[in-house]
Design a protein around this ligand. Structure first.
Ligand SMILES: C[S@@+](CC[C@H](N)C(=O)[O-])C[C@H]1O[C@@H](n2cnc3c(N)ncnc32)[C@H](O)[C@@H]1O
Length: 236
């Protein structure tokens, strides 16, 4: 037995189980334990749902709780507790996987947990298996070109509103915005002010039941779009 196992950060794609890579399936079926991030508010994990049909039933998929909060100390405590649990598995000589929606390197709790583990035990072997991101799937579903020729696109978060959009929009041809659900009103009002709503698309629950593609982009019935919504803004 190895003295210490390897941790795999595994991207499972944005929702459609057929978008999980062959490599992800292979790795998930090779580890002793799979960890899935959960919000402390509910018991559901979409990442777990996506992979469950691909993974041997004998491999436990265990929940790691993370609070939906901006409180830095509370978050750090949760990352440390998660990291300690994963290290417990690795230090028994077992490999573990941490599954994450989309790609592990894009707005994922895995990034925080990975950095926490690296601080606690710098020698730990960590490998990352990329996943198809939400915005790649949203661009494909809506047939929206993100970049061509010498063009550029940027990816930003809307978690704090439209400020970043206003800062970046002049510097890129297309703009992808994740986490638009909370400040949707400010974001859609800004799109309207910048005269960009008619060339933008909102893709909600991409690849999942209830998928919706709204072009031109608008919030559903003037209300809040689902948490799983991605906005793609095209300037032309
Ligand atoms: C915490 S981020 C996760 C990003 C993910 N790691 C990735 O690579 O796409 C959550 C945000 O991703 C976007 N998202 C994830 N899955 C999606 C889906 N199936 N359809 C539309 N947007 C999605 C939404 O903007 C959501 O608010």
């Amino acid at each position: 037995m190895k003295t210490r196992g390897t941790l795999y950060g595994v991207g499972v794609g944005p929702g459609d189980p057929e978008l999980v890579s062959l490599k992800a399936v292979k790795v998930l079926n090779s580890v002793s334990v799979i960890y899935a991030a959960h919000s402390t508010k509910n018991s559901y994990s979409l990442a777990k749902d996506i992979v469950s049909a691909h993974v041997n039933k004998s491999i436990p998929i265990l929940r790691l709780d993370f609070p939906m909060t901006r409180d830095k100390e509370e978050l750090q405590r949760a990352w440390q507790q998660g990291a300690a649990r994963i290290l417990g598995t690795l230090n028994e000589g077992q490999d573990a996987a941490f599954i994450t929606l989309g790609d592990p390197m894009v707005y994922s709790t895995f990034g925080y947990v990975m950095q926490t583990i690296q601080k606690m035990e710098p020698e730990v072997d960590i490998k990352v298996i990329p996943g198809i991101t939400s915005y790649q799937a949203a661009a494909a579903a809506s047939r929206t070109i993100l970049a061509e020729a010498e063009g550029s696109f940027a990816v930003i978060s809307g978690a704090k509103g439209a400020k970043k959009m206003k800062e970046i929009i002049g510097q890129t041809d297309s703009l992808v915005m994740l986490k638009v659900y909370k400040h949707y009103k400010e974001i859609f009002d800004t799109l309207e002010q910048l005269d960009l709503r008619h060339t933008s698309v909102l893709v909600s629950r991409c690849g999942l039941d209830g998928q919706e593609i709204r072009f031109p982009a608008r919030s559903p019935n003037g209300g809040r779009p689902p948490y799983l919504s991605t906005l793609i803004i095209r300037k032309k």
